[in-house]
Design a protein around this ligand. Structure first.
Ligand SMILES: [Zn+2]
Length: 669
C-alpha cells in the first residue's frame, strides 16, 4: 500500500463523486437524469475517460449518515467499482461523512443513535449548512458513534477501498455546540486534569489562571443574543479559552481514533478539513490544523480564496491554505474548476496535480497532459523560501480577528512583492535554521519555550520581524509584566507596564519602531499595521475574509524593514505586476531550480510579463519556460547583470514554470 510520502511524490490527480443519490434528492439538487448520470459515473467509459486525463485517485459515494442497512445496496457497488478503477490505475477512496447523521432512517437500525448527535442549548439538533434540517451534527465525544463509524470504515475497506475520504469534518459553534451531560462531564474532567489538585504543577496553573482548582460544577460557556458567538473577536476569559481547547481535543481525538484504525489496516486517510484559514476554525469548528493535519495523508479544501481579485482590487489566491498544508507535508486538493485554479494548485502545493470535475474540453485535457508530463517538478521539489511567517494556533484561536488580519496583511505584502515565503506552525520552530527571516504578525498568546527557541535562533544569526502585539500574554493567559513582583511604590507605579515575550532579547521597550542587533542576528519591530479594509460589526462580519486580504496602508514601512532584514538574501528578484504570484523551489533529485509564475490577472484575461533576476550556483544557468498552452519548452535568453542572471518572460497567461539548470537541456520526467 502506498504511503503519504509516495502519494505526494507521485502526485495526485483527483476526481470526486461526493454525494449518494438519496442525499442529492433530499438536499434539493435533483435532476431529471440523476439515476442514469450516477450509473454512468460508475461505468467503464467514464472511468476510462478519467484515466485518460491522468486521474489516479477517485473518491466515491459510500456513507452519508443514513445507516449501514439503508445505504447497503449503494455501498455494495463499491466492490465492482474498485476492480474497474484498479485496472485503470486509479485508487478509490470511499466518501464517508464525518459530521452528520440522518436520524429518520438511522434510528430504524440503531435505536441508540439519538445519543450520538449534538444537543445544543435550545434547538433540537444542530443542522448542517444550507438549511439541511434532515442532517443532525454528531457529538464527537460519543464513543458509540465512533464505534459505529469504525464499522462503516471497515465495511468500505473490506469492499476494497484504498482509503477513506471524510467529509463534513467540523464541530458546530456557539448556540449549536453540544452541551450535553457527557460533554459537560468531560469538560470538567479536562479542567481538573490541567488545573485541579492533581499535582503541584496543576495546582499552580489553576491558581494562576483561574484563582481556583475547583471545577466540579463548571458549565460549558454559554452565549446570549446580546453576547453572540459570531460577534466574538477575542477570547480572553479562561473558561472560554479552555472550551475552545477542549473542543479541539475532542474533535482531534475522534479523528485520531479512526485515522489510526484506517492506517493500521494499511490504507489512506483524507479529510475535508479545509475552511478559510482566517476564519477562527479552532473557536468556530473545534478544528485546529496543527492537531489534525498530522493525522491524515492528504487534505481537501473548500477553497474560499479563489484566484482573482477582491472588491478592493487586491490579488487573492489560496496561497495561505496551500502553505499551511505544505508545512505538514500534505497534498491539498481544491475544487480547481477552471484553468487558473488548476495551475494554482500545481504551482503552490506539491502533490496536488489536478482535480478533474465534470466534462473536460480540449484545453483542460491539454492542461492535464502538461501536468502529467512535468509533475515531478511539483512533486519532487522543496521550497526555497527564505522567509517564514508564524501562524501561531493558540494566538489565532484566542484572537478571532486581530492575529488573522495581521498575518494576512503581512502575507499579502510578501505575495504582492514576489517574496517567496512559507508558513510555520508553533510546533515547527525546529525548522527555523532553513530560514533567514521569521515574521511574527500579531500573535499575542505565545509560550515561554517558543520565545526561548526563537531567541536562540536569532542570537545564532536569525532575523526576526515582530509586528504588533507579539507574545504579550503567556500560556497561563497572564499579561507579561515588566515588574514581576511589586515591592515598592515605584514598582507599583510600573505595575501596568508590559514586557512582551522578546523584551529580554531586544533589551528595550516596544513603544516605537526599531531595528536592533541581538547576538549575531537582528530584530525589527513594527508597532501596528493600518488595515486597508476591516470586517464590519454586523453579525457574521467579524472574520477576515476575501475582501480583507490587502496590503496595509503602511506597506512602505513594512517594505523598508523587510528590505533591511533581507540584506544579502536576494537570490531572487522578480519585477512583475502585483498580481503575479511566485513560488520558488528546488527539485530534490536533479537539483534544478523551479520558479512558478502564477498570473492572477488572467481572471480578467490580462497577460503579464516578468523580469527575473536570480543568483544560481555554478556557471551561467539555462532557463526554460514551460507553459501548458505550448507544446515545447522555450529557451530564455539569460544575460549577466553584475552578480545576477537576468531573463524576461513575456505573455504569461495563467502560469509559466521556469526550470533553472546548470548544464544542458531539461529532463523530460
Ligand atoms: Zn455532547
Amino acid at each position: 500500500m502506498i504511503t503519504n510520502t509516495q502519494l505526494r511524490k507521485n502526485g495526485i490527480c483527483y476526481s470526486g463523486q461526493w454525494e449518494p443519490i438519496y442525499f442529492t434528492k433530499q438536499s434539493g439538487h435533483n435532476n431529471e437524469n440523476i439515476e442514469s448520470r450516477y450509473a454512468f459515473e460508475l461505468s467503464e467509459p467514464y472511468l476510462a475517460h478519467l484515466a485518460s486525463l491522468g486521474v489516479n485517485q477517485l473518491w466515491t459515494r459510500f456513507f452519508k449518515g443514513y445507516g449501514l442497512a439503508f445505504e447497503d445496496s449503494e455501498q455494495q457497488k463499491l466492490r465492482g467499482l474498485v476492480e474497474r478503477c484498479h485496472k485503470h490505475g486509479i485508487r478509490v477512496f470511499a466518501y464517508c461523512t464525518f459530521g452528520t447523521l440522518t436520524l429518520e432512517t438511522l434510528l430504524e437500525e440503531e435505536p441508540g443513535a439519538a445519543d450520538w448527535v449534538a444537543k445544543p442549548d435550545f434547538f433540537n439538533h444542530a443542522s448542517y449548512f444550507g438549511y439541511q434540517c434532515f442532517r443532525a451534527r454528531v457529538d464527537y465525544t460519543s464513543e458509540e458513534w465512533r464505534a459505529y463509524l469504525k464499522r462503516v470504515v471497515d465495511k468500505a475497506l473490506d469492499l476494497g477501498a484504498d482509503g477513506i475520504h471524510f467529509d463534513n469534518a467540523e464541530m458546530s459553534i456557539g448556540f449549536e455546540a453540544c452541551r450535553c451531560e457527557r460533554c459537560t462531564r468531560l469538560f470538567r474532567e479536562y479542567l481538573a486534569e490541567r488545573y485541579g489538585t492533581r499535582t503541584a504543577a496543576t495546582r499552580r496553573a489553576g491558581m494562576a489562571r483561574y484563582g481556583t482548582n475547583r471545577f466540579s460544577h463548571v458549565e460549558p460557556p454559554w452565549f446570549t443574543l446580546g453576547q453572540h458567538p459570531v460577534n466574538q473577536r477575542k477570547v480572553t476569559v479562561p473558561i472560554q479559552q479552555d472550551w475552545v481547547e477542549f473542543r479541539c481535543d475532542s474533535f482531534t481525538g475522534a479523528l485520531r481514533g479512526l485515522a489510526d484504525h484506517i492506517r493500521s489496516r494499511g490504507r489512506l486517510v483524507e479529510a475535508n478539513l479545509g475552511k478559510n484559514e482566517n476564519i477562527n476554525n479552532p473557536y468556530y469548528r473545534g478544528l485546529d490544523y496543527e492537531r489534525v493535519y498530522p493525522l491524515v495523508d492528504l487534505a481537501f479544501h473548500e477553497n474560499f480564496d479563489r484566484p482573482g481579485f477582491n472588491r478592493h482590487g487586491s490579488p487573492v489566491c489560496a496561497i495561505r491554505s496551500f502553505k499551511v498544508a505544505d508545512a505538514f507535508g500534505l497534498p491539498l486538493m481544491l475544487y480547481a474548476t477552471n484553468p487558473l485554479e488548476l495551475m494554482e494548485s500545481f504551482a503552490l502545493n506539491p502533490g496536488a496535480c489536478g482535480l478533474a470535475g465534470s466534462p473536460s474540453d480540449k484545453d483542460r485535457q491539454r492542461q492535464f497532459a502538461f501536468i502529467r508530463r512535468w509533475c515531478h517538478y511539483n512533486t519532487k521539489s522543496t521550497s526555497l523560501a527564505r522567509v517564514a511567517v508564524l501562524r501561531h494556533q493558540l494566538s489565532l484561536s484566542f484572537d478571532g480577528y486581530y492575529a488573522a488580519q495581521m498575518a494576512s496583511d503581512m502575507e499579502q505584502v510578501l505575495q504582492e512583492d514576489h517574496v517567496p515565503f512559507d508558513i510555520l506552525a508553533a510546533s515547527q520552530l525546529d525548522r527555523l535554521s532553513k530560514y533567514a527571516l521569521l515574521v511574527i504578525p500579531g500573535m499575542r498568546w505565545m509560550r515561554d519555550c517558543e520565545g526561548a527557541a526563537i531567541s536562540k535562533w536569532v542570537k545564532a544569526g536569525g532575523r526576526l520581524l515582530l509586528v504588533g502585539e507579539v507574545g504579550i500574554r503567556n500560556e497561563l493567559n497572564q499579561v507579561r509584566s515588566a515588574v514581576k513582583t511589586i515591592r515598592t511604590l515605584e514598582d507599583f507605579h510600573r505595575s501596568g507596564e508590559m514586557a512582551p515575550l522578546f523584551t529580554s532579547l531586544v533589551k528595550r521597550p516596544f513603544h516605537a519602531p526599531f531595528t536592533v542587533k541581538a547576538g549575531k542576528g537582528r530584530v525589527a519591530f513594527i508597532p501596528a499595521l493600518e488595515h486597508a479594509a476591516v470586517p464590519g460589526t454586523e453579525l457574521s462580519d467579524w472574520r477576515v475574509e476575501r475582501d480583507h486580504l490587502n496590503v496595509p496602508r503602511n506597506a512602505d514601512e513594512v517594505r523598508a524593514v523587510l528590505q533591511e532584514l533581507l540584506t544579502g538574501e536576494d537570490q531572487l528578484r522578480v519585477e512583475a505586476p502585483n498580481h503575479v504570484v511566485v513560488e520558488f523551489r528546488r527539485r530534490e533529485d536533479t537539483g534544478e531550480g523551479v520558479l512558478h509564475l502564477l498570473n492572477l490577472g488572467w481572471e480578467k484575461k490580462e497577460v503579464a510579463s516578468a523580469r527575473i533576476k536570480l543568483r544560481w550556483p555554478g556557471k551561467a544557468p539555462h532557463v526554460r519556460a514551460l507553459r501548458w498552452e505550448a507544446d515545447n519548452p522555450e529557451k530564455l535568453t539569460v544575460r549577466q547583470e553584475g552578480t545576477f542572471h537576468v531573463c524576461e518572460v513575456e505573455g504569461i497567461r495563467e502560469h509559466v514554470m521556469l526550470i533553472i539548470r546548470v548544464g544542458n537541456g531539461v529532463r523530460h520526467s
